[in-house]
Design a protein around this ligand. Structure first.
Ligand code: ATP
Length: 242
């Protein structure tokens, strides 16, 4: 059993630009996210949520500080090693869907397995596509799907691989409330089964599915809410002007 947290950051900073135009997107952020926990990151627009997620997931480089995934230091890791770690241990649901236009929905969902010459667990794939209402759309190419359906394909692709750590940026942002609730319920049960989930959201109802909410303001973590409820999250967001 790996005793290290699933994800850690130590005094993580990220600046964009230079001189008068410098933007401090992250200011010495430190955090530990335990294995099997479901954490929501919230805060006003521009507070650094997406930047934090991209850095933690190894998709963007920090200006200073350290990041560990399952105890392995990823800041300064060689590209090939980082790519390997991401492919084997980490999943993403991000706003840019990155579906392959020439593959149909099923092939897009199965793509991570094809890259590893493995077969997906058929039962899990059926369960996930049913939950997301995609069963009738599996033979469709991305251009034959609506924006919301494309997002659901991207979610299915990330969930079917059962990554140890899943990063999700507004995963329910474009979903109707019923599919949104099923996705959140699924993320909740995945965390209960040991997966680590880190999600950015603006929605207090979505955040109430998490074990903990981290609140950002102006590049810093300013609050942490255990066992969040819609009410406690709404109150904390009002405090930071979100
Ligand atoms: N590529 C970039 N170049 C310059 N500044 C950037 C860049 N990306 C982000 N920023 C700035 O960094 C800050 C944090 O942005 P970030 O996207 O992380 O915020 P956010 O909390 O995710 O916002 P939102 O809720 O609106 O998505 C903002 O001031 C933003 O303008």
């Amino acid at each position: 059993m790996n005793e290290a947290p699933a994800v850690s950051a130590h005094r993580l900073s990220k600046t964009y630009g230079s001189g008068e135009n410098t933007v401090h997107a992250l200011r010495e952020v430190s955090l530990d996210i335990a294995h099997g926990s479901f954490v929501a990151i919230m805060g006003p627009s521009g507070s650094g949520k997406s930047t934090l997620m991209h850095c933690l997931a190894g998709l963007d480089t920090a200006s200073a500080g350290e990041i560990f995934i399952e105890g392995r230091l990823i800041t300064g890791m060689k590209d090939t090693e980082l790519t390997e770690l991401r492919r084997r241990r980490v999943g993403f649901v991000f706003q840019a869907f990155n579906l392959v236009p020439t593959l149909n929905a099923r092939q897009n969902i199965e793509l991570p397995f094809l890259l590893d010459s493995k077969r997906p667990n058929a039962q899990r794939l059926n369960e996930i596509t049913a939950m997301l209402g995609l069963q009738e759309r599996l033979s469709h190419k991305p251009h034959e799907l609506s924006g919301g359906q494309q997002q659901r394909v991207a979610i299915a692709r990330a969930l079917v691989t059962e990554p140890a750590v899943l990063f999700a940026d507004e995963p329910t942002g474009n979903l109707d409330s019923t599919s949104g609730r099923s996705v959140l319920g699924f993320l909740r049960s995945s965390a209960d089964a040991g997966q680590t989930i880190i999600m950015v959201t603006h929605d207090p109802a979505a955040a109430s599915y998490a074990d903990k909410v981290l609140v950002m303001r102006d590049g810093s973590l300013v609050d942490s809410i255990e066992h969040p409820t819609v009410q406690s999250v709404t109150g904390a967001l009002a405090e930071v002007g979100a």
